[in-house]
Design a protein around this ligand. Sequence first.
Ligand code: 4NP
Length: 155
Amino acid sequence: MKIMFVCLGNICRSPTAHAIAQKRAVEQGLTYISFSSSGTSGYHVGEHPDKRAIAHGAQHGYDLSRLTAQRLTQDDFYEQDLLLTMDDQNYQDVLAMKPADATAIVKRLLDYHPDPELTQVPDPYYGGNAGFDTVVAICETAIDAMLDQIDNKQR
Ligand code: 4NP
């Protein structure tokens, strides 16, 4: 099973989610799931994540330092099983790109979050450091719930 997290730049939110999911899946022995991330824009293709995202991820035990930004492609709609977007704009942008015969399912990551009022992972790019900790916390909760749900279905 292949899951890709999608945000705008692929340097803040989706690499954070990617690193969290990868670590959690290893800890839980969910070896049948592989993770990746991408951006709907090409602004930062080839770059490592934002220094603040790397630093705040590291403080919480997640290694983003080796990830490299890539742009979401048409192929991803066939090669991935699940595309998980971070905010409403990403969701609309991904749906607008989705081919009619796509096999990937497009959802919001926060569809898995237990707080139904939380529907978007706020973009931390133009804000302060606290925004990066918020991204980690929201993603951890949603990803734990998602992995529980996926693993329950496999049993
Ligand atoms: P991300 O954050 O989508 O979480 O990676 C952003 C990164 C870059 C830009 C915007 C948001 N930007 O405008 O360059």
